[in-house]
Design a protein around this ligand. Structure first.
Ligand code: UD1
Ligand code: PEP
Length: 449
C-alpha cells in the first residue's frame, strides 16, 4: 500500500513520453486468444497493473505469456480452459473482453461478472445481446455468465443501443471467426477500436469500417499470431497536457497523437492555452490566465469521460464559473467530494457539476476514488498550497505508468511512500459507493435515460 505525496507550487517544463494505450492493449491481448497458429508479439505494452491482470487471465486459460521490455508474447495455440475466474475479473472489468474470443474459438465460455472502477453500474447487456444474435445461448448463475454456441457462431446484424466500446470490441472479436457477415450498427468509434481492428486484420480477419458507426466483419476460418505496436495512450497524453496547463507550464508531450485528442485540444485552446501540434507530439504552453469553459462528455469523437475529472481540476484554476456535464457514466463525480477537501467549490446538480474558478486550493489528505480521479487529485496537488497526500494508488496504478517519475521529470515535487497495513486501515477513506452492486447488469439504464 502506498500514497503519493505532492507539494504544490512548481511549474512543469520539459519533455514527457506517453506510454502505450491501456484501453488498446487490453482488448488486443484478449484478441490474441484467437491466434490458433503462431505467436503474437505486442509492442509498447505499458507496464500497468491492468496489463498484468489480463496476462494472468490468459495464462489461466492455458496461453503462454511473457512480458519483457514492454513487449508481450502470447502463444495461444493450445488453450486448456474457457473460464475466467472471479479472482481476476473482479479486479478489472476489461477481463470480460476474453468472452468474445473464447466463444468464437472454443464455442463455450464461463466468465465471472465483471468488477472494476465504481463509476457507474456498467451493464453488459449489449455484449450479451450481440452474442445471442450470433446464435450463442447465455446463462447466468452463481456470479458467472456462461455462453455456449452449437457449432460456429453465425454472422448477424447487431444494433447497439449505446455505442459501447467494450461491446463493440467483444462482438467484433467474436465475429472474426463466425460464419458469414456481421454488421455492428451504432458501433463505438474510439481510436482503440481502430487499433484492435488493425490487429485483428493483420491476424487474418476481414473487417471494414472500424472508426465509423457501422463495422462489417466477414468471418474467416482461422487467425494467426502477428506483431503489432499499440497506439499511444490519448488519456495519459491528455492528462500531461492538462497537468502542464494547470501549473502555467510549457511541456512537450511526446507521442501524443493530436487527431485522437481533438475535443481536448479544442477545449484547452478555448481556455487560452497554446497548443503546438508537431510531428511526434504536442507542445502545451500556458502563459496566460485560464478562461472558464463548459464541457460535456460524449462517446468519441466527443470529449472523453476519461478526461472529465482532470478537466475539472484544470477548471478550478480558471477565471469564472464552468459547467461539466457527464453523460457517459452515471456515477463519475466522486472526486468532487475529494476536491472539496482541498477547498474547491463545486456543486453537483444531477449529471452536471458547477465549478467555481480561481480556487485557492490547499493541500489535504485525499483518496483516488477511481483511476482518473487519482490523476486529477494529483493535478490539484501540483497547484495547492502545502502538501497533498493522495491515497487509493491501486486505482492510479491500473492506468498510469510511472506517474510520479514522469511528473518529477517535468519538475513536480511528487514522490511515493509505502504505508503499512495499520496505517492504511487508520486512514481508510470515507468514500461512498466504493463498490457498485453487481445486480441487474443486463439491462440497467443510465439514471437519466
Ligand atoms: C478498458 C476500456 O476500454 N475502458 C474504457 C471503455 O469502458 P467500457 O467499454 O466499459 O465502456 P462502454 O463504452 O461500454 O460504456 C459506455 C456506456 O454504455 C453503457 N453500457 C455499456 C455496455 C453495455 O452492455 N450496456 C450499457 O448500457 C455503460 O454503462 C456506459 O454508460 O470505454 C469507456 C467509455 O469511453 C471508458 O471510460 C473506459 O476507460
Ligand atoms: C474507466 C476506465 O477504465 P476501465 O474501463 O478499465 O475501468 C478508465 O480508463 O478511466
Amino acid at each position: 500500500m502506498s500514497k503519493f505525496i505532492v507539494r504544490g507550487g512548481n511549474v512543469l517544463t520539459g519533455n514527457v513520453k506517453v506510454s502505450g494505450a491501456k484501453n488498446s492493449v487490453l482488448p488486443i491481448i484478449a484478441a490474441s486468444l484467437l491466434g490458433e497458429e503462431g505467436v503474437s508479439i505486442i509492442r509498447d505494452a505499458p507496464p500497468l497493473d491492468d496489463v498484468m491482470t489480463i496476462n494472468k487471465v490468459l495464462e489461466f486459460l492455458g496461453a503462454g505469456v511473457t512480458y519483457e521490455d514492454e513487449v508481450i508474447r502470447v502463444d495461444a495455440q493450445n488453450l486448456v480452459s474457457c473460464e475466467a475466474p472471479y479472482e481476476w475479473v473482479r479486479k478489472m472489468r476489461a477481463s470480460f473482453l476474453v468472452m468474445g474470443p473464447l466463444l468464437a474459438r472454443m464455442g463455450h465460455t464461463r466468465i465471472s461478472l465483471p468488477g472494476g472502477c465504481a463509476i457507474g453500474t456498467r451493464p453488459i447487456d449489449q455484449h450479451l445481446k450481440g452474442f445471442e444474435a450470433m446464435g450463442a445461448e447465455i446463462n447466468l448463475g452463481q456470479g458467472y455468465i456462461e455462453a455456449k454456441s452449437n457449432g460456429r457462431l453465425r454472422g448477424a446484424k447487431i444494433y447497439l443501443d449505446v455505442a459501447s466500446v467494450g461491446a463493440t470490441e467483444n462482438i467484433m472479436m467474436a465475429a472474426t471467426l463466425a460464419e458469414g457477415t456481421t454488421l455492428i450498427e451504432n458501433a463505438a468509434k474510439e481510436p482503440e477500436i481502430v487499433d484492435l481492428a488493425n490487429y485483428l486484420t493483420s491476424m487474418g480477419a476481414n473487417i471494414r469500417g472500424a472508426g465509423t458507426g457501422v463495422i462489417r466483419i466477414e468471418g474467416v476460418d482461422k487467425l494467426r499470431g502477428v506483431e503489432h505496436t499499440v497506439i499511444p495512450d490519448r488519456v495519459e497524453a491528455g492528462t500531461y497536457m492538462m497537468a502542464a496547463a494547470i501549473t502555467g507550464g510549457d511541456v512537450f508531450v511526446e507521442g501524443a497523437i493530436a487527431d485522437h485528442l481533438g475535443p481536448v485540444i479544442s477545449k484547452l485552446q478555448e481556455m487560452g492555452i497554446t497548443i503546438d501540434v508537431q510531428e511526434n507530439g504536442v507542445r502545451v504552453t500556458a502563459n496566460k490566465p485560464l478562461k472558464s469553459v463548459d464541457v460535456k462528455t460524449l462517446p468519441y469523437p466527443g470529449f472523453p469521460t476519461d478526461m472529465q475529472s482532470q478537466m475539472m481540476a484544470l477548471l478550478l484554476k480558471s477565471e469564472g464559473t464552468s459547467v461539466v456535464t457527464e453523460t457517459v457514466f452515471e456515477n463519475r463525480f466522486m472526486h468532487v467530494e475529494q476536491f472539496a477537501l482541498m477547498n474547491a467549490e463545486i456543486k453537483v446538480e444531477g449529471r452536471s457539476s458547477i465549478i467555481t474558478g480561481s480556487a485557492k486550493l490547499t493541500g489535504a489528505k485525499v483518496v483516488a476514488t477511481d483511476l482518473r480521479a487519482g490523476a486529477a487529485l494529483i493535478m490539484a496537488g501540483l497547484v495547492a498550497e502545502g502538501t497533498t497526500e493522495v491515497g487509493g494508488t491501486h486505482h492510479i496504478d491500473r492506468g498510469y505508468v510511472n506517474l510520479a517519475e514522469k511528473l518529477s521529470g517535468l519538475g513536480a515535487n511528487i514522490f511515493r511512500i509505502s504505508m503499512d497495513e495499520d496505517a492504511v486501515a487508520e486512514e481508510a477513506p470515507k468514500v461512498k459507493h466504493e463498490v457498485v452492486e453487481e445486480v441487474n447488469l443486463f439491462n440497467i439504464q443510465p439514471t437519466w435515460a
